[in-house]
Write a protein that binds this ligand. Sequence first.
Ligand code: ZN
Ligand code: ZN
Length: 256
Amino acid sequence: MAKPANEALMEAVNNGCLRGVKAALKAGADVDYAQRRPDNDLTGSCSSTALFHACIDGHTDIVRLLIRKGASVSKRVEATIQASPLHGAASRGHTEVVELLVRHGATLDMQDGMQATPIMAACMYKRVDTVRRLIELGARVDLTTIFGNTAQWFCEFDFVNQNCDFSRKELVGLVQEALQTKLLRCCNPSCGKPGYRSNLKLCAQCKLTRYCSRDCQKQHWTVGHKKSCGHDTCIVDGPVIEALLAPLFKLAGKLE
Ligand SMILES: [Zn+2]
Ligand SMILES: [Zn+2]
């Protein structure tokens, strides 16, 4: 709607000002408004929503408000990488925001443009607490990106010169333990009952969420899966990203 209101919304979100966000929404700002934020390494110079910005900055109260006002938890950054708010929060280690998003229907194993999942993003940035919580919530550790990289690979690889052997070992331990137990969880966040692939039923449409019962599936659908289902897998043309990113990952492979 009104352009000034949208810009006021973004400004308030970027400043972490809850009151400003409330005022902007009241003045008619679009709750899913997206804008460029050039200083951000996750989005490059591409547009991302107010919710995405609040997620990477860890403004839990603003995230809560935006979701309550109907912000989409599955709207992605308009870039090749196609990261979702959950990827953003996970990569920055904002565990509380991760929980909020999941509780409101964000798909745990949502895939970005490389088919990387939020837990991979948390592993990449060595966010031990977030990885632990994502595993507790039932995130899968056995998925791979279009380059064949696993969550464990993201734990082991020193992407951004973190030089932190301690958290790397801890992360690998967490992921390996999850791989061994093969334990998954019911994706209805108010249930979370542990189970195995054999006794949890997959959502027939997206095949990314799983449930212990029909009731749990219905409940999760109502709290937000309805909006996320079908938007939770990679929507970018694989070969396009591959061509763009393959040289980087080949190099990363050599350095490993
Ligand atoms: Zn359940
Ligand atoms: Zn689904």
